[in-house]
Design a protein around this ligand. Structure first.
Ligand SMILES: *[C@@H]1O[C@H](CO)[C@@H](O)[C@H](O)[C@H]1NC(C)=O
Ligand SMILES: *[C@@H]1O[C@H](CO)[C@@H](O)[C@H](O)[C@H]1NC(C)=O
Ligand SMILES: *[C@@H]1O[C@H](CO)[C@@H](O)[C@H](O)[C@H]1NC(C)=O
Ligand SMILES: *[C@@H]1O[C@H](CO)[C@@H](O)[C@H](O)[C@H]1NC(C)=O
Ligand SMILES: *[C@@H]1O[C@H](CO)[C@@H](O)[C@H](O)[C@H]1NC(C)=O
Length: 526
């Protein structure tokens, strides 16, 4: 145990999200103490939603995140490991592509299982190493028995087991219809649109108990904020290193976040709400010893374009080749808008302030980086796709990944396969596919042999593929094929897990089976 010197005792009161927290704390100076990790993941957020990513070009709705970038590092070429929810989260937590960890699709309300049990999350490893591990928010990796977050490495859990649109609520927000339960309705059929609703209501868990069903979406931010603040304080009081993983419901529809501002749309108001939560977490972490806490903010996949004004902005990453042929080019696709994420890291005294990194990085890289910073060994009986980005965070280098493969996330009706390959600034598509656009067009899946190759440094809009007869194309193709073949060989020789996507009605989370939509009275959160 390294030396810890004790400073003065201070009394602090902070006004956060309308609640006053009084804290008596010892200010410690740390040397060699293991760092705290706060990982914040937004849902369906677009690269262009972060004010700092488009400074001067449009108003910013993210002042706290912009401040985080000003005091830390902003990443401009950071990608989610997949373009939909469950695969992206599984890859983040295991450092492995879906074709290795088995999670290539989203799990459903009735899913019996989740992330395969012999996959290892960074939470499990940090928990074993003595960290207090807490998760707030959306899990979406299986909610039954051994698949629940409490069994996958988290000491504490508060949140929703899957997306906020997967189930009925009385307070649905934009853009879900209200869903009153059928009188005496059975739960055998979904009758949405028939004037009543029998699908299971959206639950809020604390640990493994359902506290509220249906949950009140409009008070979720406040609950998450108070829990985060309380967890930060209690870990500090116990002097225990902390992993806090906050997987927000924000920016996924339904948008249900308060504070109407004049002239601002629902999406912008929701961005502000999310940003305030990030600000509250930062303020609390700063109070408790900012020199020992890494805060990293990123997203799980790009905007859900089909939701029109309730979807985020891809910034300049428009996927023009696709959109000019019909269909959307964000969430579910391997176009940049599907996976390039607004990403910011903050660690005062460690990460140089007001810096920008253009290194090619992925959510896959969080796993090895956290383990490395905590001095924990990764598992040795499997291959990890992430790289340790510590030196990039610390500003010692700006060389990121050699390659990054983008799994198909359903855009072409294909899941998991690695048919989009990034090497340097070149990106090759062996298969293109579209998402449903705002307005309904869905485009066509198309195979490409030879692949389409774009140079993102000149063409971030992915508008004009390189001429296949050009020298640049030929050199890029060689590099792409080399990296892709090496990776596919590596995967073929790895321990690869398979997820069980079976569904059963009994797998639905339900606090009172005798009631339509599984209603129960809210219990009191701890
Ligand atoms: C959840 O776990 C924490 C301990 O980590 C405990 O303090 C709290 O009471 C638990 N809540 C419920 C509802 O079990
Ligand atoms: C942050 O960096 C930008 C670009 O290098 C510079 O223009 C700006 O003055 C810096 N801001 C602060 C507060 O250091
Ligand atoms: C796969 O697992 C087996 C048994 O645990 C182990 O011996 C082997 O080294 C592993 N393979 C890889 C590629 O890590
Ligand atoms: C998980 O178990 C399956 C089935 O035994 C095996 O094929 C796979 O290699 C295991 N995964 C890991 C990471 O060891
Ligand atoms: C479940 O609902 C029934 C019917 O309203 C009610 O009588 C019972 O008390 C409820 N049970 C719980 C645990 O809430």
């Amino acid at each position: 145990m390294a030396a810890v010197s004790i400073g003065t005792v201070v009394l602090v009161s902070a006004l956060l999200s309308g609640v006053v927290y009084h804290v008596t704390q010892q200010v410690l100076t740390h040397s060699g103490e293991r760092p705290n990790f706060i990982i914040i993941l937004a849902d369906d957020i677009g690269w262009g939603d972060l004010g700092a990513n488009q400074a001067g070009e449009k108003p910013s709705y993210t002042p706290h995140l912009d401040q985080l970038a000003l005091e830390g590092k902003r990443f401009t070429d950071f990608h989610s490991p997949a373009s939909t929810c469950s695969p992206s989260r599984a890859a983040l937590l295991t450092g492995r592509y879906g074709v290795r960890n088995g999670v290539t699709h989203n799990f459903a309300v009735q899913s019996v299982s989740g992330l395969p049990l012999n996959e290892t999350t960074f939470a499990e490893l940090l928990q074993d190493a003595g960290y207090f591990t807490a998760m707030i928010g959306k899990w979406h990796l299986g909610h039954n028995g051994p698949y629940h977050p409490i069994k996958r490495g988290f000491d504490y859990y508060l949140g929703i087991p899957y997306s906020n649109d997967m189930g009925c609520t009385d307070t649905p927000g934009f853009d879900l219809p209200t869903c009153p339960p059928c009188q005496g309705g059975s739960q055998q059929s979904s009758e949405r649109g028939q004037g009543c609703y029998t699908d299971v209501a959206l639950p809020l868990y604390e640990n493994q108990s359902i506290m509220e069903q249906p949950l009140d979406l409009w008070s979720l931010t406040e609950k998450y904020t108070s829990a985060a603040v309380r967890i930060l304080h209690s870990a500090r009081e116990r002097k225990q290193p902390l992993l806090l993983y906050v997987a927000l419901a924000h920016m996924h529809v339904p948008l249900a976040h308060g504070g109407v501002a004049e002239g601002e749309g629902v999406y912008a108001v929701t961005l502000r709400d999310m940003d305030r939560l990030v600000g509250a977490v930062k303020a609390t972490s700063d109070l408790l010893g900012k020199e020992n806490s890494l805060i990293l903010f990123t997203g799980d996949n790009g905007p859900w374009e089909q939701k029109c004004q309730f979807a985020g902005s891809v910034g300049p990453f428009l996927g023009q080749w696709q959109t000019s042929r019909g269909g959307g080019s964000a969430k579910t696709t391997t176009w940049e808008g599907g996976h390039r994420e607004p990403t910011v890291a903050y660690w005062p005294g460690k990460i140089p302030a007001n810096t920008t990194s253009g290194a090619l990085l992925s959510g896959l890289d969080i796993f090895p980086t956290l383990l490395s910073l905590a001095g924990v060994d990764p598992p040795k009986d499997r291959k990890i796709d992430g790289i340790d980005m510590t030196d990039i965070l610390l500003g010692k280098t700006d060389t990121g990944r050699k390659n990054l493969l983008h799994p198909n996330s359903g855009a072409a009706g294909i899941y998991g396969d690695l048919q989009t390959v990034r090497v340097g600034s070149h990106k090759a598509f062996y298969l293109t596919g579209a998402a449903t656009a705002c307005g309904g067009g869905a485009g066509q899946a198309q195979l490409h042999d030879p692949p389409l190759i774009f140079d993102l440094s000149r063409d971030p809009e992915e508008r004009s593929p390189l001429d296949p007869w050009s020298e640049e194309y030929q050199a890029a193709l060689q590099a792409v094929e080399r990296e892709r073949e090496a990776l596919l060989w590596d995967i073929a020789n790895d321990n690869v897990s398979t997820a069980n996507y079976a569904k059963k009605q009994a797998a639905e989370p339900c606090c009172n089976h005798s009631l339509p939509v599984c209603r129960c009275k809210p219990l009191t959160l701890s």
